[in-house]
Design a protein. Structure first.
Length: 248
């Protein structure tokens, strides 16, 4: 079965800098003006293989090579790794030193290494780069770009346009909040809610709505902010029950 998958996205940032070029040039990053830049990708091989948080054209190998060029342009010395030891790619460590990344933040990079197995070069070089991780690295290597969020909208067109695992996917990765949506899953969610209400199963309807709100709240990265927003939301919902209904 043949598919064509296309993705376009927007970076919200102050300006495109060498760090942005290093991490996102594989996605054809282009300035749009007004604090935005565009990234784009198209799958022309007919395989239909794309992910909701990563694009196959932008691999960790691409990002690594971009960071190597960045370090060279900055005059940052990069030590060679010991091939017998599973270590952090040396360019990461060198750039963290250059940008003065604090110890606590360096742990997030170590977690990144553990998750992706960067000690196995042959494997991770061809692994799609996750936008959440690229955003994290950009935040640590901030040379004035001020990258705040990455929004990506994907769509697949094929002989069966309603295939749920591909059709109409969007992802949003922000410094403070992240969100993922698939149009087919949204329609399934709406049908679940409709059925619960039609059956007068209000407990079920409430659960369906609660699950969605919980997923939205989970996208808030700061635990304190997430808890406060949840409390404010509960208070706001309670307040609406004391107000007369709005005429339709």
């Amino acid at each position: 079965m043949n598919f064509r998958s296309d993705a376009t996205g927007t970076l919200v940032l102050n300006r495109i800098t060498p760090v942005v070029h290093a991490l996102f040039d594989a996605f054809d990053v282009t300035a749009l003006g007004d604090g935005e830049a565009m990234i784009a990708w198209s799958d022309d091989d007919g395989a239909g293989n794309y992910a909701t948080t990563a694009i196959s054209d932008g691999t960790w190998g691409d990002a690594h090579q971009g960071l190597i060029r960045l370090a060279s342009d900055l005059g940052v010395h990069v030590d060679q790794a010991d091939d017998d030891e599973p270590v952090l790619p040396p360019v990461f460590a060198a750039l963290m030193d250059h940008f003065g990344v604090p110890v606590a933040s360096r742990e997030t990079v170590n977690d990144l290494v553990d998750r992706h197995g960067f000690d196995c070069i042959d494997e991770w070089f061809d692994t799609p780069a996750d936008f959440a991780d690229l955003l994290m690295l950009a935040s640590l290597f901030d040379d004035g770009h001020g990258l705040a969020s990455i929004a990506l909208d994907c769509a697949s067109v094929g002989s069966r346009p309603a295939i749920q695992s591909y059709y109409g996917t969007a992802t949003f990765q922000g410094v403070q909040f992240s969100h993922w949506v698939n149009t087919s899953k949204e329609l399934l969610w709406a049908e679940r809610l409709r059925k619960a209400i039609a059956a007068q199963n209000l407990d079920r309807a409430s659960k369906v709505v609660t699950e969605k709100v919980t997923r939205l709240l989970d996208g808030i990265k700061d635990e304190t902010v997430r808890a406060t927003v949840a409390q404010n939301l509960i208070a706001a919902l309670q307040a609406t029950q004391t107000q007369p209904p709005v005429p339709r």
